[in-house]
Design a protein around this ligand. Structure first.
Ligand SMILES: *Cc1c(COP(=O)(O)O)cnc(C)c1O
Length: 290
C-alpha cells in the first residue's frame, strides 16, 4: 500500500502531491488569493487551505454539501455532514462559502462568479480547478510513480476528479503494470477527463504518450448511490481495513476503492503483486452524517 494518507499539507492525502506543484504556480503568478470549489468535506479544499496558509496567500472555497450530476440528479442516502474537513478549513482560515446543493455546473458557475467579484475588489485571483486536477496536478502523480519500485502487476486507486489516476496511468503506460481506477463518482465523462489530463501531462513533461480514453481502465461498480454517499460495500471494506490492519479509510473515496480491490482480488481478476494507492481522507470519516 502506498501511504499518501501520511503525507504533507494539513493532515495529508493525495492532494498534497498536486499542491507541491500548484502552490509554486500560484506564487509565480503573484496571486493574493486562491479560489477553488468542492464539496463541504473536500479534502482538496482542506489541504489547499493549509498550503495557502503556509505561503501567506488568502483562500476562498465555494462548497456545496452534496453537488451532483445534473443528468442523474441528487442521490439519496446519508451524506457526510459538518465537522471533519469543515472544522479544519476554519482552522486554516479558509473563507468558506457554502451555497445550496445543485449540479456541478452550478457550483462551477458560482465559483467563477465569486472569483470575478474578488477580482473586482483588486485581488490577484488564481482559480484552481476542482480537486487540483490541472495538468500540473496530474504531473505530480506521474512523478509519484517513480517512488514505488517496479514490477507491480496491478495498481489500484480511487478516481474522482481524475488527476491521481491520470498521473499513474501515464507513468505506467507501456509497462506490464496495469492501473485500475475505481470511480467514486458516476460521471460518464470521467474516462475522457482522465485521458485529457494524460494529454496535459504529455505537454508538461514534454513527452507525448498519446493515451486514448479506451486505454483508461476505470470501473464504476463501486460508486454506490452517488458521489459522497457512503456505500455498504465501502463501510464493510472500512471495517476490514480497520480490524485487520488498523488502517483508516474514508467513506467517499478510499473505502469504495478498497471495496473494489477486495472484490477484484476475490474474483481473481486482480492478482500477483498488487499496490493499493491510499489517498487519505481521514477527516471525512470523523465528519457527522446528514
Ligand atoms: C480527491 C480524493 C481522491 C480522488 O483523487 P482525484 O485525483 O481527484 O481523482 C481520492 N481519495 C481522496 C481521499 C481524495 O481526497
Amino acid at each position: 500500500m502506498k501511504r499518501d494518507d501520511l503525507t504533507g499539507f494539513g493532515g495529508g492525502g493525495n492532494k498534497g502531491r498536486k499542491l507541491e506543484f500548484l502552490i509554486y504556480d500560484i506564487l509565480e503568478a503573484g496571486a493574493t488569493r486562491v479560489v477553488s470549489c468542492g464539496s463541504l468535506q473536500s479534502n482538496f479544499v482542506r489541504q489547499l487551505g493549509a498550503a495557502c496558509a503556509v505561503h501567506g496567500v488568502a483562500c476562498t472555497a465555494v462548497v456545496m454539501r452534496l453537488p451532483y450530476e445534473g443528468t442523474i440528479g441528487q442521490p439519496e442516502g446519508p451524506i457526510p455532514g459538518g465537522g471533519g474537513n469543515e472544522t479544519l478549513d476554519a482552522l486554516f482560515g479558509v473563507d468558506l462559502r457554502l451555497v445550496p446543493d445543485g449540479p456541478w455546473e452550478t457550483l462551477f458557475a458560482e465559483t467563477a462568479r465569486v472569483a470575478g467579484e474578488l477580482r473586482a475588489t483588486g485581488e490577484t485571483v488564481y482559480e484552481v480547478p476542482i480537486g487540483g486536477s490541472s495538468p500540473l496536478g496530474a504531473y505530480a502523480f506521474a512523478l509519484a510513480a517513480e517512488e514505488v519500485c517496479e514490477g507491480w502487476d496491478w495498481v489500484v486507486t480511487p478516481c474522482s476528479s481524475g488527476s491521481t489516476h491520470a498521473g499513474l496511468a501515464w507513468a505506467f503506460a507501456g509497462t506490464p503494470t496495469r492501473v485500475v481506477g475505481i470511480a467514486c463518482d458516476p460521471e460518464e465523462d470521467l474516462r475522457d477527463d482522465v485521458a485529457r489530463l494524460c494529454a496535459g501531462i504529455d505537454e508538461v513533461a514534454g513527452e507525448a504518450k498519446g493515451i486514448r480514453p479506451e486505454e483508461i481502465d476505470l470501473r464504476y461498480d463501486w460508486v454506490g448511490r452517488g458521489y459522497s454517499v457512503p456505500s455498504e460495500a465501502g463501510e464493510a471494506a472500512t471495517r476490514v481495513a480497520a480490524r485487520r490492519e488498523g488502517l483508516l479509510l474514508d467513506p467517499v473515496y478510499s473505502a469504495k476503492a478498497f471495496a473494489g480491490l477486495l472484490d477484484l482480488l476475490e474474483s481473481g481478476e486482480v492478482s500477483g503483486h498488487v499496490l493499493f494507492w491510499h489517498t487519505g481522507g481521514l477527516p471525512t470519516l470523523l465528519a457527522g452524517r446528514a
